[in-house]
Design a protein around this ligand. Structure first.
Ligand code: AMP
Ligand code: GLY
Length: 423
């Protein structure tokens, strides 16, 4: 079978790495891919949001399964378009992808189906939003309604910060139309975890636990990023908590989406806040996490392709996933300055040396080739992911890879995985 992966980041490199190992796959394509992915798949020069061109390619090549990495094509309706011409594709359709695409949609879903989350209200008028902040007081959280590449959330410690956030979103329109309305919600304290489950719209197959490190600097300081590193398993998610998350959050979400007339098919990503052993939803995403996919997929023992097909076919009931009894840690190597402005095109050294290390994968995220040399081309550049018998040895493994790799200005957190050791 021919498989097409859509996207070109670290998550898609990890997906390609895993899918390429499947005996069901003869040819693997990735659009647009990146230089790391090019070692495993044939990269196609089509952007992840060029739905017409992707569709033409998939029809011409008779692609047997398309796997969508990022959220933007999902919210644009890539799944509906492929299904309309009879092509098999893994991911939620446009209606279901609103679970990530609209904060108001997801908050209403949770309210309707009694899924635990922060109290909230939605506003389309700036003055009403400001009045609500004044009434509720700080800390408080302001969110642009639509997709804002992970930057549309302001965790405000003062009322003034919250109001400045509202003004940026609603008056200065820094996120464009994503800011036509805002969600204002209760600040939740606690520890975050990422929970993933495959679903065919009815049946649920949870993945192993994982945790992301969102802040740019050590000790969780500095601004939020797309994620500076991740590990799996995450000890904060005890077996009891795992069952509670499935029962009180994942199942009501999947059942609620079906009851509301837009069943959710694909991988459901629930961002959780855990306080005193009780989980609440921070947000949903309609896709794998990046960088959580990197450690999760390295730990997955089973072939992923039959699971992706079972989701797309509504036949997940009998699927199981086996996991390697190992820990995995992904350390993100970022461009200096990220998540603000940074210089691109800087040559990266040490990739060959790192590639020789056993139980280590260097997943490419923001790289490109310049005169046949790999250079940085994005904020998050590489996801160096190590396996180990324990979290501690996986941390050592990942940082042994990081130590080989250099470019001008590279930024790396030095404490990825420590949270797991501290428990
Ligand atoms: P989101 O885009 O909704 O995932 O939000 C990005 C980040 O903002 C989350 O990962 C949290 O760290 C933080 N955040 C979002 N909502 C809340 C909340 N209600 N309380 C505390 N932190 C939040
Ligand atoms: N790691 C956060 C995300 O994928 O949104």
């Amino acid at each position: 079978m021919k498989v097409l992966v859509v996207g070109g980041g670290g998550r898609e490199h990890a997906l390609c790495w895993k899918i390429a190992q499947s005996p069901l796959v003869d040819t693997l394509y990735c659009a647009p891919g990146n230089p790391g992915i090019a070692e495993l798949a044939e990269c196609v020069h089509i952007g992840a949001d060029e739905i017409d061109a992707l569709l033409d390619f998939a029809q011409a090549e008779e692609i047997g399964l398309t796997v969508v990495g990022p959220e933007v094509p999902l919210t644009m309706g890539i799944v509906d378009r492929f299904q309309a011409v009879g092509l098999e594709i893994f991911g939620p359709n446009q209606a279901a992808a609103q679970i990530e695409g609209s904060k108001g949609f997801s908050k209403d879903l949770m309210a309707r189906h009694n899924i635990p989350t922060a109290a909230y209200q939605s506003f389309t008028e700036r003055d009403a939003a400001v009045a609500y902040v004044r009434q509720q007081g700080a800390p408080i959280v302001v969110k642009a309604d639509g997709l804002a590449a992970g930057k549309g959330v302001i965790v405000a410690m003062t009322e003034e910060q919250a109001i400045a956030g509202i003004d940026n979103i609603m008056l200065h329109k820094v996120f464009g139309s994503a800011g036509a309305s805002v969600v204002i919600e209760e600040f939740m304290a606690g520890e975050e975890a990422s929970f993933f489950a495959f679903t065919d719209g009815k049946n649920i197959l949870p993945l192993a636990s994982s945790q992301d490190h969102k802040r740019v600097y050590d000790q969780d300081e500095g601004p939020n990023t797309g994620g500076m590193g991740a590990y799996s398993p995450a000890p904060v998610v005890t077996p009891e908590l795992h069952d509670e998350i499935v029962a009180t959050i994942v199942k009501p979400t999947v059942d609620g989406m079906a009851a509301d007339g837009h069943p959710y098919v694909g991988i459901l990503y629930v961002g959780l806040m855990i306080k005193d052993g009780t989980p609440r939803v921070v947000e949903y995403n309609a896709r794998f996490g990046d960088p959580e996919a990197q450690p999760l997929l390295m730990r997955m023992k089973s072939d992923i392709v039959p699971v992706l097909q079972a989701c797309a076919r509504g036949a997940l009931a009998d699927s199981v996933i086996e996991w390697h009894d190992k820990a995995a840690v992904c350390v993100v190597m970022a461009s200096g300055g990220y998540p603000a402005a940074f210089e691109k095109g800087l040559p990266i050294s040490g990739l060959e040396a790192a590639a020789k290390i056993e139980d280590l994968m260097v997943f490419h995220a923001g790289t490109t080739l310049k005169d046949a040399v790999v250079v940085n081309n994005g904020g998050r550049v590489l996801g160096v992911t190590g396996l180990g018998d324990t979290v501690a040895s996986a941390i050592d493994k990942a940082y042994s890879g990081v130590a080989q790799i250099r470019w001008a200005g590279v930024h790396v957190r030095t404490d990825i995985g420590q949270k797991a050791l501290n428990r």
